[in-house]
Ligand binder design. Sequence first.
Ligand code: ATP
Ligand code: MG
Length: 263
Amino acid sequence: MNTLAIVSRKGGVGKTTVSINLAASLAKAGHTTALIDLESQAAATVGMGIDYTVGPTVAHVLLGEADLPSVLHEAHGVQVAPGSQRLSAVERMLQAESLPAAQYPLPRYIDQLAEADVADWCIIDTPPSLGLLTLNALAAADHCVGVATAEYASVEAILQTLEMSAQVRQGLNPSLQLLGVVINEYHKVQIQDRHVVKRLEDKVPLLRPFIRDTQKVSVAYGFREPVVLREPSAVVSIEYRRLTKGVISRVEESARREGAHGA
Ligand SMILES: Nc1ncnc2c1ncn2[C@@H]1O[C@H](COP(=O)(O)OP(=O)(O)OP(=O)(O)O)[C@@H](O)[C@H]1O
Ligand SMILES: [Mg+2]
């Protein structure tokens, strides 16, 4: 199973939207896909049309009250592990733990999910912070995908987030790779966007194409459906499908490199 943590410490840059549409595009392309909602607003769960107030959620899993495969709900072709408001309390409880094994339970559960052979791909949506929930996602993932908009604050935030992921790679999870950064809500015509993106491009790999700014995304969210499924012929959906193909080939390429390295 290929596990991707979708991250930025800045709020509202599109982590949840990228998670939903990447997961739905992978599923639509014939890959079995899980989406883990690690965020207390449960925006990914809501956007996939799931009522997270019914039944166990990822919070129950992190508290050891349920197995990850048992909380999955199928929605739009994706197996979704719902988020819940309880995740904030769970994060505080994890902080109170002193042993790393107790502070970082997610890698164990992601391993169980891989063993259960439920999905070939696993996308983890994370909160806008560098707290223990995001760190658990980075500790459990094979690849880290940053999300940024073309604003200075967003670029600073993604650089800090990637710095944190480099620290996780040095300690908790040596197999974590940076896949690249998705540029979201891109306005091609605005000079400032190009400057900001250029600055980021000098430092980190950017995933292409950039995702345009369009209301279609939030309209689809309002209908509790990924835009790639609701409006498959919209330009933004074409961009998402191409982005997904790029993600697949980068992950395959990194697996080949690892294989060659290990051989
Ligand atoms: N390409 C886009 N064009 C226009 N609006 C977008 C686009 N992508 C996301 N949005 C909108 O931007 C808002 C924030 O997106 P989203 O919830 O995905 O961000 P987030 O990083 O997950 O936020 P948080 O940090 O609060 O979890 C939402 O209203 C969403 O519909
Ligand atoms: Mg979100």
